[in-house]
Design a protein around this ligand. Structure first.
Ligand code: FES
Length: 96
């Protein structure tokens, strides 16, 4: 990680391409979560926190999955309304 980057978050959006097609272009929940979390994170921490899409994180049966590095904190069972949950996890990771 660069010196400016304090936390790197990966949200599984493997569903995106298939679900978006099924929904006629509407974002799947995971993509919506990623976009809203990225926007909020940027407002709070700028470039020191990065929110990326990821492929399968191996937790497919547990809802939308997310992992934070370097703390290796996992969040699962997220919904498109889980932005505050991810933001709280980032806050805690940055304090640790
Ligand atoms: S497809 Fe998302 S964790 Fe496997």
């Amino acid at each position: 990680m660069s010196n400016d980057l304090k936390c790197h978050v990966f949200i599984c959006t493997k569903c995106s391409s298939t679900k978006e097609r099924e929904r006629g272009g509407e974002l799947c929940e995971a993509q919506a979560l990623r976009n809203s979390t990225k926007k909020k994170s940027k407002e709070i921490w700028g470039k020191s926190v990065r929110i990326n899409k990821s492929g399968c994180l191996g937790k497919c049966d547990e809802g939308i999955a997310c992992v934070l590095y370097p703390s290796q904190v996992w969040l699962t069972g997220l919904t498109d309304e889980g932005t505050n949950e991810v933001i709280t996890a980032i806050e805690q990771a940055l304090k640790a």
